[in-house]
Design a protein around this ligand. Structure first.
Ligand SMILES: [Fe+2]
Length: 153
C-alpha cells in the first residue's frame, strides 16, 4: 500500500527542485557586473545540482507507486544579485521543509527512503547555511571572541 503522505511530500520537494533548476539557471543568465565572473558559474552549478536532486526524487516517487509532478514551484527572478541570493535562500528553506516533512512521513518499512532523505537534508542544510552567509544573515560574532596570539619560537 503506497504511503500517500510520503509521496505527496516528495512531490512537493520535486516541484521545488524543478523550480530550483529554472530559477538558478535564470539567475545565471541575469547576473551582470563584475560579480558575473563568479556567480554565473555558481548559479549554473546550483541548477545542475537541483536537477540531480529532482532526478532521484522522480525515480523514488515512481518506485513508491506515485506519479512525479511536472509542475515547478514558484520561480522568482531579479537583476540584483543580493535579491537573487535572498530568493534562492527562501527556495532552499521551503525545499528543506518539504524534505523534513517527507522524512517524518516515512514508516518503519521505508527505512531506505529515510536514509536517502537524511543525506539530502544534510546537503540542503549546507546550501541554506552558505546562502545565509552570502546574504549576510549568518555571520561569525567576532566582537566577543578574542584571538590569542602566541609567540612562536
Ligand atoms: Fe536540492
Amino acid at each position: 500500500m503506497a504511503n500517500a503522505e510520503l509521496i505527496e511530500n516528495l512531490n512537493r520537494a520535486l516541484g521545488l527542485e524543478l523550480a530550483g533548476v529554472i530559477q538558478y539557471m535564470q539567475h545565471s543568465f541575469l547576473v551582470t557586473g563584475p560579480e558575473r565572473e563568479v556567480f554565473c558559474g555558481f548559479f549554473r552549478d546550483q541548477s545542475k545540482e537541483a536537477r540531480k536532486h529532482a532526478e532521484t526524487l522522480g525515480d523514488k516517487i515512481v518506485a513508491l507507486g506515485g506519479v512525479p509532478t511536472v509542475e515547478p514551484g514558484e520561480i522568482r527572478q531579479s537583476t540584483d544579485l543580493s535579491e537573487m541570493l535572498r530568493q534562492d535562500l527562501e527556495l532552499e528553506r521551503v525545499a528543506m521543509e518539504a524534505y523534513t516533512a517527507s522524512w517524518r512521513a516515512c514508516t518503519d518499512a521505508e527505512l531506505a527512503t529515510k536514509f536517502l532523505l537524511e543525506e539530502r537534508i544534510a546537503a540542503e542544510q549546507k546550501h541554506v547555511e552558505e546562502l545565509e552567509k552570502l546574504t549576510n544573515e549568518r555571520k561569525a560574532n567576532v566582537t566577543k571572541e578574542r584571538i590569542t596570539l602566541r609567540q612562536v619560537g
